[in-house]
Design a protein around this ligand. Structure first.
Ligand code: AMP
Length: 249
C-alpha cells in the first residue's frame, strides 16, 4: 500500500506571533518556519506503518512556496521515499489544498492519505474532511491510534469525553491528532540521504486546479491584553473585591 502524506510549511510553533501593523495578517518576514506539528505526526505514522510492513511507499506532498522544499526534505529525512511540491506563492486555503490533493490521489492511487488534523497557522481543521468528501472516501479524523488490516483500517478517534474506534474500508483519509505518536528526530545520516531522494515540483495549473483564495481576511487583531493579577491581604478583601469590583458574587 502506498501512503500519501500532506505536510504544510507553517510559522514555527515556538515563534511569538506578531500581527502586522496594517492588521492584514501576521508578520512572516525573518520568522522561523517548520513543518506543521500535526503533519510531523502524520509522517511518523506513515513511516511506522512502512516499518511494520503495512506500507510499501510514502509520498509526501506540500503546497506552497519554493521554501516548502525544506519541509519536504525534513519529511524525507524522517523516512518518506519521495516528495512532490505543488508550488504556489498564493495563500493556500483548505478547499484548494483538498482539490490539489484529490488530483494527486488520482495520479498516485494511494491506499491511504494521512494529514494533520489541523494546520497551526490557519487553525482551519477542514482539509482532510474536504478531501474525503471530494474523493467519496471514508474518513477517520483526530486519530490517536491506527491499526492497518487487510483492505481496512481501524482508527481510534479522540472525541469529546472519550475515544471512538471506526473501521474504514481502504482507500481512506486519516487525520493525525497529538497522541497518535511522538515523531522521531531525523538523524544526520538520514538528513544527508534525504538530499538525494526524488523531489518533483509541479504547478497547480498542471493539476487543473484554480487556487485563487475564496475567503478574504478582513482583519487580524491581537487578543485583548490581560491585566496583571494582584495579591489580597485577607479573605474579607477578596470577598469585597469579588462583590464590588469584579461584581461576580
Ligand atoms: P487545515 O485544514 O488548514 O487546518 O489543515 C489540515 C491539514 O491539511 C494539515 O495538517 C496538512 O496535513 C494539510 N494541509 C493544509 N494545507 C496544506 C498545504 N498548503 N500543503 C500541504 N498540506 C496541507
Amino acid at each position: 500500500m502506498k501512503i500519501l502524506c500532506a505536510v504544510k510549511r507553517v510559522v514555527d510553533y515556538n515563534v511569538k506571533i506578531r500581527v502586522k501593523t496594517d492588521q492584514s495578517g501576521v508578520e512572516t518576514s525573518n520568522v522561523k518556519f517548520s513543518m506543521n506539528p500535526f503533519d510531523e505526526i502524520a509522517v511518523e505514522e506513515a513511516v511506522r506503518l512502512k516499518e511494520a510492513g503495512k506500507a510499501t511507499e510514502i509520498v509526501v506532498v506540500s503546497i506552497g512556496p519554493a521554501q516548502a522544499q525544506e519541509t519536504l526534505r525534513t519529511a524525507l529525512a524522517m523516512g518518506a521515499d519521495r516528495a512532490i511540491l505543488v508550488q504556489t506563492d498564493m495563500e493556500t486555503q483548505p478547499l484548494a489544498v483538498a482539490k490539489l490533493l484529490k488530483a494527486l490521489v488520482e495520479k498516485e492511487a494511494p491506499g491511504m492519505v494521512i494529514l494533520g488534523k489541523q494546520a497551526i497557522d490557519d487553525d482551519c481543521n477542514q482539509t482532510g474532511q474536504m478531501l474525503a468528501a471530494l474523493l467519496g472516501w471514508g474518513q477517520g479524523t483526530f486519530a490517536s491510534k491506527i491499526v492497518a488490516g487487510d483492505g481496512a483500517v481501524a482508527v481510534t478517534r479522540e472525541i469529546d469525553g472519550g475515544l471512538e474506534t471506526v473501521e474504514l474500508k481502504l482507500p481512506a483519509v486519516v487525520t493525525a491528532d497529538l497522541r497518535l505518536n511522538e515523531p522521531r528526530y531525523a538523524s544526520l545520516p538520514n538528513i544527508m540521504k534525504a538530499k538525494k531522494k526524488p523531489l518533483e515540483t509541479i504547478t497547480p495549473d498542471a493539476l487543473g486546479v484554480d487556487v485563487t483564495p475564496r475567503l478574504k481576511t478582513v482583519k487580524v487583531a491581537e487578543p485583548a491584553k490581560r491585566q496583571a493579577g494582584i495579591k489580597v491581604p485577607d479573605i474579607a478583601t477578596l470577598v469585597d473585591k469579588l462583590k464590588n469590583e469584579a461584581r461576580v458574587i
